[in-house]
Design a protein around this ligand. Sequence first.
Ligand code: ZN
Length: 262
Amino acid sequence: MIYTCYEMVTDCRANRPEGWTHFITNYVPVIRKALAHYVPGKEADPMLLERILLAVRKPESFVFQATEPPEERWFVSQLRQIVMAELHSPAAEIALDLEQVGAALEPLTMTEKQAAWLETMRYAPEDAGPMLRVSAETVEKVRVRAAELIRGKVDAWRRTLLAENGPALGREAAVAQGADCLPGKAFLDVIDGRTAWRGREMMDQHLRGCLHCVDHFCRLLEVVYLLRGSQPLTAEEAEPLLRRLGIEAPKPTGWKRLLRRA
Ligand SMILES: [Zn+2]
């Protein structure tokens, strides 16, 4: 019997220890990997981790508000948003807003927009290339072009503007959802190669004009990177975290099932 992400969310909502234990065991390593990427050195900060875990437990968190059937990649993409919110990143010296970026990157295709957007998420061309199934050189070339396009739209500029404004742009993009925006499942279908040519064509069309969806798509690509090679915590590592959250650890016999990944 495999314990699925769907069962985990259901158990967490009912505040059953099984759900929260599975969450801590399997997803604290993912949170740490996201921290190591976005704020290197902070992945071992126990106060920051505790703040993130408490935010996940809040009734207004996505765990309790899910609108899509929870599958693991969707779950991790939402979890990443909580991590980002808890980082309280300082504002960039030269501010760039979503409208400016949207207007500047208008001539780029969907994949080119993603290559540029992954720079706001601090992915180097060597990481972004494999995510998009293009070479690192292609990503670098697109980024140089994107930077020049942005340069043409702003008064003050430097090459690193997109990365510096990443956290603010990500927050803006996340709430910029429109009526025609696509559900996460549509992007997962593309990632899994399940989309017919026509669906892909329509997606291309929409993403050319929608940074909300470009961001959403990129966050799902990021999930694959965050989950890769992730090792669950041991019962000994998970226990103090569970105790801090006031969750009673399941009986030893329950661990075996929970440690098996969905
Ligand atoms: Zn959209």
